[in-house]
Ligand binder design. Structure first.
Ligand code: HEM
Length: 338
């Protein structure tokens, strides 16, 4: 095919792709419209004179921690996601149970890190304005600031979430599994009022951070029980992963974005496009026409919309299942109910 025709095809794909995405995109630019399955609303200046410097106080503490350990950015982003997907963004993931039966004791949450950052930000707020700012809001702000600190996108965090008083280990079953296929993932997200675009965009969070070898062992060593690997994976990538994760190694960490796990960029989509998605839940995004097209747009057509899309979807995520008004409480300490 002549170069001219190739270029025309790329332009056409871009145009078709944009309208395809628009058709699925039910978001608008005003944060007030994000209200998936909630009863209340959130506001940009919610704390007003009750706590004038909330954002600054949280930002200072977060930057202090993330500058000392930039890997906390990934951990805190994941923590906010895990909070929102279980009983809504109500800070319930932060609660400790003496019986080890709270959300944070559930298997997917055992690798959460960064609780100390949320605790420190909350402690600083308790000095400035005691009993005013919820832990759920603190976590939402900390996640945003941590990602921004490592040069990721900034998104607005409307405030006013109240803290939940319940945290059950079994509720963490609503977290999506790394072994899930795209249909299940779409349902997991739809159950939270999030659409297919949110699924593929938020999966892009895997452009930063790490997993443990345990979670990919079967995929690379014994996919169907015959000593094989998942044929959906690039064999050369499997080879690299095997070097990193020997068969009996369940603890070493492995980068989720093979080229730049410490940078918030769109390389996650390049990786998935090249069959280098680390989890089945990443690779499976090539099996749905919508999510596949989004990946193509970022990886091949270089539409560069990921940061803006991520911002939109993060705002939506922050509204999932929120408690507002006189629901829940404002916890004094984030790891226990009052
Ligand atoms: C689509 C469904 C998703 C699945 C199945 C999934 C699964 C996982 C798993 C299994 C890990 C590795 C954890 C470990 O080593 O124990 C992980 C890490 C991570 N996830 Fe996801 N995830 C999903 C979506 C998301 C979303 C929506 C976000 C944020 C918006 C997110 C952010 C992260 C981050 C940043 C890490 C790295 C954490 C670190 O380095 O400590 N994930 N995810």
């Amino acid at each position: 095919m002549a170069l001219k025709n190739v270029l025309a095809l790329v332009v056409l794909l871009g145009v078709v792709g944009v309208s395809f995405v628009k058709a699925y995109d039910n978001s608008e630019s005003n944060p007030e419209r994000y209200n998936p399955g909630t009863t209340g609303n959130l506001y940009n200046d919610y704390y007003g004179n009750k706590c004038t410097n909330v954002e600054e106080i949280v930002r200072n503490v977060t930057y202090q921690y993330v500058s000392a350990n930039p890997t906390l950015a990934a951990a805190l982003l994941r923590m906010h996601f895990h909070d929102c997907f279980v009983r809504g963004c109500d800070g319930s993931v932060l609660i400790k149970s003496p019986n080890n039966d709270a959300e944070r004791d559930a298997v997917p949450n055992l690798t959460l890190r960064g609780y100390e950052v949320v605790e420190a930000a909350k402690a600083a707020l308790e000095i400035a304005c005691p009993g005013v700012v919820s832990c759920a809001d603190v976590l939402a702000l900390v996640a945003r600031d941590a990602v921004f600190y490592i040069d990721g996108p900034w998104w607005p965090v409307p405030l006013g979430r109240r803290d939940g008083r319940i945290s059950n280990i079994s509720d963490a079953n609503s977290l999506p599994s790394p072994f899930a296929n795209v249909e299940t993932l779409k349902k997991n997200f739809a159950d939270k009022g999030l659409n297919t675009k949110d699924l593929v965009v938020l999966s892009g969070a895997h452009t930063i951070g790490v997993s443990s070898c345990a979670l990919i062992n079967r995929r690379i060593y014994n996919f169907t029980g015959k000593g094989d690997f998942d044929p959906a994976m690039d064999p050369n990538y499997v080879k690299i992963l095997k070097e990193r994760c020997p068969p009996t190694d369940f603890t070493t960490s492995v980068d989720m974005d093979p080229t730049s796990a410490d940078k918030f960029d769109s390389h996650y989509f390049d990786a998935v496009y090249q069959n280098k998605g680390l989890f089945i839940s990443d690779s499976t995004l090539l099996k749905d026409s919508y999510t596949k097209f989004y990946i193509l747009q970022q990886a091949v057509l270089n539409l560069n919309t990921f940061n803006d899309d991520f911002l939109d979807s993060m705002v939506k995520l922050g509204f999932v299942g929120i408690l507002t008004g006189d629901q829940g409480e404002i916890r004094n300490k984030c790891d226990r109910i009052n």
